[in-house]
Design a protein around this ligand. Sequence first.
Ligand code: DC
Length: 226
Amino acid sequence: MKRSQPIVAIDGPVGVGKSSVASKLADRLQFLYIDTGAMYRTVALKALRQGLDLDDRPAVARLADSIEIRLQRSGGLLKVFCDGEDVTEAIRTPEISAATSPAADNPQVRERLVSLQREMGRRGGVVMEGRDITTVVFPDAELQFYLDADPNVRARRRFLELMAKGKNVTFEQTLADLLERDRRDRERPVGALAVSDHATVIDTTDLDQDQVIQKLYDLVCSWKSE
Ligand code: DC
């Protein structure tokens, strides 16, 4: 079935600015914005709160099957609800970032979240970002992008963000953390970060956020006018 509005699928490594770009692009297109990383983070948060061992895959998978995750746009921001509770802030701590990798390595958790993501996006009119959107979730997405940037530049952007939030970190720590998360994302046995054959790769090393958004917006518009 042909969708009347396209699916815009965006993948890329940590710290490339996917979330901000995807969210602002969605606003501009008046599309739904779906941050799939927030969904993996929510599973990790719930697992920690319930005292589960994140390496106990069947238990974490059962949890992922039993919770309700809802993404809701409110005043230009994306709010994340789990079983009715607003967890938008709670899923953004360094502790949850670290706990999310093992949760995201769990094939049954991925199966459950991929199926939710397909349900959320199947009608089109969405911008969905993550690691496996162009390769697994919507390999048939009308528009597919892979955002990339030099690791030093990504670490620098992240470091400045953390400093602005008053976090006590060094650039070296930030870079080491980013390289480790890159490794985990690329080596994950299921849903690993990879460049799809159909994705347009955009190197954002020398571009600012507005330039990236404009580039994607123009490509979506030219697809629409074809
Ligand atoms: O994009 P993020 O940093 O919020 O993602 C959180 C974690 O979830 C990160 O470890 C990568 C993982 N993830 C994933 O495996 N697949 C996705 N589609 C999105 C995120």
